[in-house]
Design a protein around this ligand. Structure first.
Ligand SMILES: [Zn+2]
Ligand SMILES: [Zn+2]
Length: 378
């Protein structure tokens, strides 16, 4: 589909409404599915109709000139099922033809399909390194029997007899203001201007059928709960084989048994006995990268954080990785046998700590920050 609506209609960007209307009429006569048989004529007809829908409406044209395509659905507007665009709702309540738009032509049968939102559960290691996944999706796809024309093979749409193919009917209503000319979408053809005399048996005239497919997806390192991965054009095919919407994969990360993620850094708590904290030791820690030796220096304090650089989560799209922060928790023995108690008493004696004087540490925000982190399970 061409993106420049002016080029599609073959008019210059400063064309008048009259010139746009004339260009559309000429192309519609040439490309209408009832007369055109050439390859791609139907696709071009859809493009032309869409271009006219935008350029014939001064508001939409202004939007388009500012770089916004008013026929494209809002970004991130993902949903399931039979949704309605703003256009549909507007037309349902106010009629397709109000004021200036009274001259607009039939609405295209084909419309863009809905976006689909699919949840993707991953574990922490997959978020850290990225992962390849096969994701099953259940969406509408183009009907292979009618290729989106909605017609039984060998038949074609017929011009609506009620509105003569214009898609709208006009009537004169009397009101206390006098006679008012109103026009509304033709009920016989739902504003399409054509009717399908023999619907395709495969899709019941929908132009699309439901199908379960598997999408191959490379999930990059660094995704997090809430990250959306957009798969352009993999969503629902629209009514009458309209262009497909997008699939959004929404990531949800499973909680890990020992690691907590904060941004791209990981935090865990390492419990070591009091003696090891005092004497120093090397602990083997199961990280996402396998078993690593963690050096615990002599005199390590409760709440100390040992930072292992680059063992965290990969940064999304930019490379590099966060850190693994090992929070030390020092375990004090709760029971001592006779020999152990004797040894500890001897140690206290040697260190002159049998009756330690009360010594208050200076108030230091760092202490409470550590405590708060500890309470929060970081
Ligand atoms: Zn079909
Ligand atoms: Zn009609």
């Amino acid at each position: 589909m061409s993106s420049n609506y002016y080029e599609v209609l073959g008019v210059s960007p400063d064309a008048t409404q009259d010139q746009i209307k004339k260009a559309y009429r000429r192309l519609a006569r040439e490309l209408h599915p009832d007369v055109a048989t050439g390859d791609g004529a139907e696709e071009r007809f859809k493009d032309v109709s869409r271009a006219y829908e935008v350029l014939s409406n001064p508001e939409k044209r202004q939007m388009y000139d500012r770089g916004v395509d008013p026929t494209a659905p809002g970004g991130g507007q993902a949903g399931f099922g039979a949704g309605f665009g703003f256009q549909d709702i507007f037309e349902t309540f106010f009629g397709a033809a109000q004021g200036a738009s009274a001259q607009r032509g039939p609405v295209p049968r084909a419309r863009r399909g809905q976006d689909a939102l699919v949840r993707l559960d991953i574990d922490l290691a997959e978020a850290a390194f990225g992962v390849h996944r096969e994701v099953p999706v259940d969406t509408a796809v183009l009907c292979g029997t009618c290729q989106g024309t909605c017609c039984r093979p060998g038949t074609s749409p017929r011009t609506c007899e009620v509105c003569g193919g214009r898609g709208v009917v006009q009537r004169v209503a009397r009101s206390f203001l006098g006679q008012v000319m109103t026009s509304s979408p033709c009920a016989a053809c739902h504003g399409f201007g054509t009717v399908i005399p023999e619907p395709c048996p495969e899709c019941s005239g929908e132009g699309r059928v439901r199908s379960r497919r598997t999408l191959s997806v490379d999930v990059p390192a660094g995704v997090d709960t809430g990250t959306r991965i957009k798969l352009t054009g993999q969503g629902e095919v629209g009514p009458a084989g309209g262009p497909p919407g997008d699939v959004y994969l929404e990531v949800r990360e499973r909680q890990h048994d020992t690691f907590v993620r904060r941004g791209d850094d990981l935090h865990c708590t390492l419990e070591i006995p009091m003696t090891a904290a005092a004497l120093g030791t090397v602990v083997q820690l199961e990280t996402l990268d396998g078993v690593r030796d963690i050096d615990v220096r002599p005199g390590t304090q409760p709440g100390d954080v040992l930072v292992e650089r680059g063992l965290g989560i990969g940064h999304l799209h930019v490379g590099g990785r966060g850190d693994l922060n090992v929070h030390v928790d020092v375990q004090i023995p709760t029971t001592l046998d006779e020999e152990q108690e004797a040894l500890l008493r001897r140690l206290a004696e040697l260190r002159g700590e049998e009756r330690p004087a009360s010594r208050m540490a200076p108030a230091h925000p760092g202490v409470f920050a550590k405590l708060r982190d500890k309470l929060a399970g970081r």
